[in-house]
Design a binder for this molecule. Structure first.
Ligand SMILES: *[C@@H]1O[C@H](CO)[C@@H](O)[C@H](O)[C@H]1NC(C)=O
Ligand SMILES: *[C@@H]1O[C@H](CO)[C@@H](O)[C@H](O)[C@H]1NC(C)=O
Ligand SMILES: *[C@@H]1O[C@H](CO)[C@@H](O)[C@H](O)[C@H]1NC(C)=O
Ligand SMILES: *[C@@H]1O[C@H](CO)[C@@H](O)[C@H](O)[C@H]1NC(C)=O
Length: 368
């Protein structure tokens, strides 16, 4: 009974195996260039046809009479294909495709012929647009995570540190762009404020995580202050400082690259430390608000929000309070000193008085 089924399974597997064996797998990165390999036994009168086999066959590239023949090329491939001209005589018919698009995915036939015969080879091309950047931001209670330009369709997951059972209800919104890339976003309400939230977006070739740390508040009365950044393992690939979620203060695209300060913040930015902390100077109450540090390496992005409050200097009133305060301290210290001195004096007086009545035990007479 099993025999029949087993034979069918065997035949199917064999077919699949031969089919797959015939196809060369090539992975290309969106917008990059890519080589579809193909070789043939060299000979005279070379003819090469590259055909994309979608619902209908599209001519990607042709070559004969010792030159490219692009008159019948499908317009989708216009200006994006080339052969290695100097390698054709050696039996290399590989096709170079530039500006790879998602629509380039699929099965390709490389047809070659010479006076000695012809050959067909099949290539299966996959396109990947890896996760490039994951954004995480908090506005009031709502934390939003988003990422754009991904292929194939990504997954998004939330987590907290420390792990918690807060609802990470997650139904991400996925949109597909005209270029067939995916944009994904998801948001949740941070009901527990004491947690660190992370969002991971993953696809076939890679994944990236963005982590949002707890809001820090700092009050400053000085005209210079350093705002911290949660440090991340190097090598760092980017740093962005934002003000009130939108305005860019500065950005840096790598560890050894100089940072660029936006025009409006030239006056206030003093320096940026190696770990990303920002030192501001000469600021005024206009610079009160939320400062966001966004630090990235190859796998992760750390986002730290700091609420900066500037303590109003209250001029003379504040000064008076301070001197009164100082006076009180001095008075207090003085009073303690007086008491200590009085006690010491009293003890000393008592001792002298007692010594007068004291009769020393008999012993050798004091020498004169
Ligand atoms: C064809 O030539 C190109 C360019 O030199 C090379 O990258 C490729 O590996 C060659 N392909 C084959 C199948 O020989
Ligand atoms: C998230 O997706 C919704 C629905 O498509 C869109 O309106 C919103 O602007 C997106 N938000 C972000 C941060 O990308
Ligand atoms: C960072 O600065 C560079 C150069 O000024 C700019 O091209 C890039 O768009 C900036 N990145 C961000 C996230 O603002
Ligand atoms: C920045 O945000 C704070 C509140 O978070 C607000 O008080 C301040 O006016 C904002 N500053 C600017 C320049 O928008």
């Amino acid at each position: 009974m099993c025999r029949g089924k087993c034979v069918v399974v065997f035949v199917v597997l064999t077919l699949l195996w031969t089919f797959n064996k015939a196809d060369i797998q090539v992975s290309c990165v969106f917008m990059k260039s890519c080589i579809l390999p193909c070789s043939f036994p060299s000979g005279d009168e070379v003819v090469i046809h590259w055909i994309q086999r979608t619902t209908k066959d599209l001519l990607a590239h042709s070559y004969y009479y010792n030159q490219d023949q692009l008159g019948l090329q499908d317009q989708h491939f216009r200006g994006r294909t080339s052969l290695f001209q100097d390698q054709i005589s050696r039996g290399n018919a590989s096709l170079r495709l530039t500006g790879v698009e998602v629509q380039d995915q699929g099965r390709y036939k490389c047809y070659t012929s010479t006076i000695t015969g012809n050959k067909e080879l099949f290539i299966n091309l996959n396109v990947d647009a890896p996760v490039d950047k994951v954004n995480i931001q908090q506005v009031e209670n709502r934390i939003t995570c988003s990422s754009e330009g991904i292929y194939p369709q990504p997954d998004l997951t939330w987590s907290t540190s420390p792990p918690s059972d807060v609802s990470l209800e997650n139904n991400p919104t996925v949109q597909q762009t005209e270029q067939l890339l995916y944009n994904i976003n998801s948001s949740l309400i941070a009901s527990v404020t004491d947690l660190v939230y992370s969002c991971t977006v993953s696809t076939r070739t890679n994944k990236r995580t963005a982590t949002l740390f707890k809001l820090i508040s700092i009050s400053v009365s000085d005209t210079e202050t350093t705002i911290p950044c949660k440090s991340l393992n190097p090598p760092l690939t980017g740093l962005v400082w934002r003000f009130n979620h939108s305005q860019i203060i500065l950005n840096q695209t790598g560890a050894n690259v100089p940072y660029t300060v936006s025009e409006e913040w030239r006056q206030q930015v003093k320096s940026v430390s190696e770990s990303g902390s920002l030192t501001l100077k000469d600021f005024s109450s206009d610079q009160e608000g939320i400062y966001t540090c966004e630090l990235s390496n190859a796998e992760e992005t750390y986002v730290t929000n700091t609420l900066l409050r500037i303590e109003k200097s209250q001029g003379k009133g504040a000064g008076d309070w301070d001197s009164t305060h100082d006076g009180a301290i001095i008075g207090c210290v003085f009073a303690v000193l007086v008491v200590v001195l009085a006690v010491v004096g009293l003890v000393w007086y008592r001792n002298r008085h007692n010594n007068r009545d004291y009769t020393p035990p008999p012993g050798p007479p004091a020498s004169t």
